[in-house]
Design a protein around this ligand. Structure first.
Ligand code: GAP
Length: 452
């Protein structure tokens, strides 16, 4: 069965349910920046928490770091970003639009949107010019004497320049990794496709430092490991693939890169990149700073510059992939329903508490007490407004895996109904065991009911 999801449906649901809004909307929006509402924040936080869990908490060989967004300007000269972090651009002198020279086949002419730039006799394109993607700013209150600086275009450099601090203090021996989640900024020329490509985004990056002879082995290991993180969190295998970069595509620092791609409604596109960066960064920063960023074995005296394998994921692109993969529509009892079949560990709200007859004070009191108990353990929501069917639909749309309904029978036998978002099965369970029932379900493996 064909997937019903489209980017328009995701944008509409995200807006309708308060996941994502266009930024500065009251001024007409920016088109390349978005704000995240309540459920968007919770979903994004869950993505980050699952990544940190898999990368740091469940492993002994990786430690966490939070480095600053603005680094010493020398970092970006030495890393090669000032010289090499460019997109080739062409301008159209007729419609005044700017396009990526290497993506003209995906762009639209400003005057005839049915054509590509350069396809009409009116198009007047310049030769390609290189455009640096880093956002420049100035440190210091006085424009003339301030220091040029950049907003980081990747979180990775903050890890490399801290290599010595962490290697010494964390007392780790290669292979070991440093993981970081944080904002990155790129002055992208072609933004678009909702939160897929924006000016400001969050990265989840891990630099894994290894003995040079083991780099290829660890590169392959991390491609597999990262792929399985997505499938463990419910993304369909049929919608994921690995694509190795051709030599001409490689970033200036990379010896080999494989993209983990997801089949978004816009087609197969990069979700995460796994790169073999060799010793490019540590060697460059050692030479430029005079601080030796190398591994020294104090017992054997062995010393070398570790090679680096880097899985670099985007929080926003992951969130989009989770939403797209989870989106489903079906007709239940002759009424359509839209449902986000999110992995329960990713879902913004785990359980909703719904008093069937809100005007009944005894029912409301029991429901409220249950909600207070649940929200201490998991993200829970209390909803007493509107018909019960509507309330279920609202929770389905934000992907809440379970709903607990309190009704007149609860007052008689201390049981509640637990409804499953995906199967729609309803089961009567003791109210005293409701919290544990939710926790038990949350701890179970989960597989999407959507066909692979
Ligand atoms: N340190 C390596 C690095 O930054 P990258 O492939 O350029 O590699 C890693 O970026 C990930 O960051 C991408 O796979 C993507 O998920 C995310 N990303 C990159 N540019 C983005 C943008 N403009 N908007 C949203 N996410 C972006």
């Amino acid at each position: 069965m064909a997937d019903v999801v489209t980017m328009e449906k995701i944008v509409s649901l995200a807006r309708r349910r308060g996941f994502v809004f266009p930024s500065s909307e009251i001024y007409g929006g920016l088109g390349s920046a978005y704000d995240y509402g309540h459920y968007g924040v919770l979903l994004k936080e869950n993505v980050k928490a699952r990544w940190l869990e898999a990368m740091v908490r469940e492993r002994e060989d990786i430690v966490a770091l939070d480095s600053s967004i603005i680094l010493h300007p020398r970092v970006w000269e030495v890393s090669g970003h000032v010289e090499g972090f460019h997109d080739p651009l062409v301008d159209c002198r007729t419609c005044k639009l700017r396009f990526r020279a290497d993506q003209l086949d995906q762009a639209q002419c400003g005057r005839k949107p049915s054509k590509r730039p350069g396809e009409t006799p009116d198009c007047d394109l310049t030769e390609p010019r290189l455009f640096n993607l880093m956002f420049k700013t100035r440190i210091g209150p006085v424009e003339e004497t301030g220091l040029d600086a950049y907003l980081r275009p990747e979180t990775a450099q903050g890890i490399f320049v801290n290599f010595k601090n962490v290697a010494q203090l964390a007392r780790r021996k290669p292979p070991f990794g440093i993981a970081q989640i944080g904002k990155a900024f790129r002055n992208e020329v072609t933004t678009g496709h909702f939160i897929f490509r924006t000016l400001e985004f969050e990265q989840m990056e891990m630099e894994y430092f290894v003995p040079p002879a083991e780099a290829r082995k660890w590169f392959e290991y991390w491609v597999e490991e990262r792929l399985s993180w997505y499938t463990r969190l419910g993304i369909r295998e049929s919608h994921l693939r690995v694509r190795e970069h051709a030599p001409e595509e490689l970033a200036h620092y990379s010896q080999a890169t494989s993209d983990i791609e997801y089949l978004y409604p816009i087609g197969w596109s990069e979700l995460e990149g796994v790169a073999h960066r060799g010793d490019y960064d540590l060697r460059a920063h050692s030479e430029a700073s005079g601080t030796k960023l190398e591994w020294v074995d104090t017992e054997s005296g062995e010393r070398y510059t570790p090679h680096v394998v880097e899985p670099a994921a985007g929080v926003n692109r992951s969130m989009l992939a989770f939403m797209v993969d989870a989106y489903d529509e079906e007709v239940v009892a002759e009424r359509p329903r839209t449902v986000l079949r999110l992995h329960p560990q990713i879902a913004p709200v785990k359980v909703a508490v719904l008093p069937l007859i809100p005007r009944n004070e005894d029912i409301s009191a029991r429901a409220r007490a249950l909600y207070e108990e649940l929200r201490r353990a998991v993200a829970a929501e209390y909803d007493d407004s509107g018909q019960i069917g509507r309330r279920y639909r609202r929770q389905d749309e934000i992907g809440t895996p379970w709903a607990l309904t309190i009704d007149e029978q609860t007052l008689e036998d201390d049981t509640v109904t637990i409804r499953d978002r995906d199967s729609l099965a309803q089961e009567r369970i003791p109210i005293a065991g409701a919290r544990q029932a939710v926790l038990d379900r949350l701890a179970q493996d989960w597989k999407t009911p959507k066909p692979d």
